[in-house]
Design a protein around this ligand. Sequence first.
Ligand SMILES: NC(=O)c1ccc[n+]([C@@H]2O[C@H](COP(=O)([O-])OP(=O)(O)OC[C@H]3O[C@@H](n4cnc5c(N)ncnc54)[C@H](O)[C@@H]3O)[C@@H](O)[C@H]2O)c1
Length: 352
Amino acid sequence: MTASDLAYVPFVDVEEMMHLVLDIGLETCLADLTAYIEEDFRRWPLFDKTPRVASHSRDGVIELMPTSDGREYAFKYVNGHPANMKKGLQTVTAFGLLADVESGYPVLLSEMTILTALRTGATSALATRILARPGSQTLAMIGNGAQSEFQALALKTVCGVTALRLFDTDPEATRKCMANLADSGLAVTICNSAEEAVQGADIVTTCTADKQIATVLHDNMIGAGVHINAIGGDCPGKTELQSDILNRADVFVEYPPQTRIEGEIQQMAPDFPVTELWEVLSGAAEGRRDSRQITLFDGVGFAIEDFSALRWLRDQVVRLDRGQRLDMIADPDDPRDLFGMIERERHRRAAA
Ligand SMILES: NC(=O)c1ccc[n+]([C@@H]2O[C@H](COP(=O)([O-])OP(=O)(O)OC[C@H]3O[C@@H](n4cnc5c(N)ncnc54)[C@H](O)[C@@H]3O)[C@@H](O)[C@H]2O)c1
């Protein structure tokens, strides 16, 4: 590959992402992403790992999430602003980049608002497939916002969920979610409270947005054998579960140094025992031991999942010959003559 080839960076904008999802099929995307994330979790020790770099403000957070496997490097820019919705803006938006470690040149730039929703659904699906009781079919989905349909469909596709019980403090969100899933094949029930939603559920996913220590799930709502994906608590001072649940559950996390800052376990002592999800995949740690155990995936979203998502997307762009070519890397004929490149442009403009 020449420098000129690398100067033009493949770019997936929002429209292209939507077309890719529609052409490949949303459920196929979710299943494939789950496989890519699993593949990278299985080689976890290879990756550079650091808690994401967060810049907090009164109403939200802006974060950078970098990682590398030594061959490729990725980062995501993502925000989390729960108050945005009232202003007609999204809570979460994102974009990201994949680069070649050998040259340091980017190989893909992409929108990641949609991709984040897909990868977050896929990560929950991976955790649920590993940890939920075999035969789990009913999912209670608390928080029916932007992420919710992706969460539900990922668990349908990857884990065999057939029934969905919805609750959101805003009935409008629940109506939107139900309408969007009308043709999904899931049997959807609207519930009037979180208590009602969890009744009979094998799996409970909390995906609410509130910048506070909230109690979306009380201890008495969680019976034996349930698997919980707690997705919405992903920032210091922003949790969803009563801490008693954490004491009754076996807690599984992505990367403990980040989860202890951001996850449900920020409520617990610094040495609160957790198991890393990748260790269950590698066989180094035990997952579910019996059908009465409560398993909790305290998911905050880790950089390796975004790396996997960008890797998957790059493979689709290559396979389907998609994406624009963005003139993003300045590419002087003589690599040391960047200044001269501007000068030559000055002469070209003067002559024109
Ligand atoms: N763990 C991850 O990897 C990951 C990835 C993406 C988003 N998130 C987090 O997930 C959360 C949801 O994201 P989103 O994009 O769907 O947000 P969103 O704003 O689109 O939806 C959140 C929904 O939660 C509802 N809600 C708020 N408080 C509630 C409560 N107490 N009970 C029931 N419903 C309640 C709101 O009415 C809203 O409909 C955010 O906190 C976001 O930061 C986590």
